[in-house]
Design a protein around this ligand. Sequence first.
Ligand code: LLP
Length: 447
Amino acid sequence: MKKRSTAELPLAGILPLTAAVNDEGHLAIGGCDTLELAREFGTPLYVFDEETLRHKCREFRSEFRRRHADSGVSYAAKAYLGRALAALLAEEEMDLEVVSGGELAIARSVDFPPQRVYFHGNNKSEEELREALDYGIGHVVVDNPYELELLNQVATSMGKRQPILLRLSPNVDPHTHRHTTTGVLDSKFGFPIVTGQAEAAIKQALSLPAVELVGLHFHLGSPIPHMEPYQEAVQVVIDFAAQMAERHGFRLSELSPGGGFAIQYLEDIPAPAPAEYAAAIASALVGACRAHSLPLPRLVIEPGRAIGGQACVALYKVGARKEIPGVRTYVAVDGGMGDNIRPALYSARYSALVANKVGEEERERVAIAGKFCESGDVLVRDADLPRLEAGDILAMAAAGAYCLPMGSNYNAFLRPAIVMVRDGAARLIRRRETYEDLMRCEVWPSP
Ligand code: LLP
């Protein structure tokens, strides 16, 4: 399919890298006409662009490696994980950060190399820890004293010695939405440094026979568009590591400053490039280690949103329209908070365009409403778009992170299908749910 220049397309830097306007004047992704995709696979449809996904993996890997040779990029599965994506990440030599037995099971189902998996979470169960160790997981990121003891018991009973990182709470505020701020003192995650609990954890970990303490982790929040919180927290944690080296003989072999790298959702709010994060984090690490004469640890970052966010566009079909004179016009689409709860939960803002009216100049201001039975189910409150009519296809950009995995079957609506596009071909990677799927776990009448 011939592509026109992407320059004609709005939302550069927000849409996938292969987004273009095709000869029919439609939005195309990965060489596929989005209207044809909507017709063939139905809507709502989540369209992942393989080229953007691979590009982001490579960009993060090379930008960090260029500045710190011993570094790795661990994709945060919580942003979205399916089997096709897990297989792609394995091919791209990414590491993987999971937070549940379920995410672990998806990784395992595609034979994701276990050594490259990190297991996070603030309340891992004994069963999940067993599953992880049975799989041969590379690292468990231990969050609290209870888990440290539990892991030691599990590893002992399995005859293993498990490499771990300790998750610290460095008490640095990244000023994100309060629901997504984690690195402050008043947080459920990690061992606080200032209270002395982190030091106690180091001592405990060094004394336990079935765990091998290899490093430290922190995650400040998400998304963080500034460099200062990362730099400040790296300094705090390296100062702490130096003290622990002196007092307890702790050797920091690996440091993870987590994820949280911002992406662009709106035309007037650009996001920093991966290179900026790499430069800021690597220089803070090198500077702090040099000041304490500590050897440089391996650096592992954990981007989720910044790998998959831009790679995906959600396609919806336009339906009902409600005009309230002098107040607002609502235009409803066939999805909403069941496939993207972020606007309702965090007041997250998105950019949209009309896939079959890309070139139209005239605009009207409307609210894009979902079809769920809740007033808060509004995907975009103030969208300036060509006049929307029933049957139009609305494309929501930057839908690749935290939409599908936070989805639900609220109102017993079906979860959408997902396709992966590349070079003009579309692969269905998750089929749309059916009514049978909805009732699969129901037990009635009881046996
Ligand atoms: N590492 C850890 C330990 C995390 O907790 C998270 C995200 C990440 C890495 C990846 O963060 P990212 O690079 O994707 O920003 N549901 C919220 C985001 C919650 C993030 C939770 N932790 C949202 O939709 O914005």
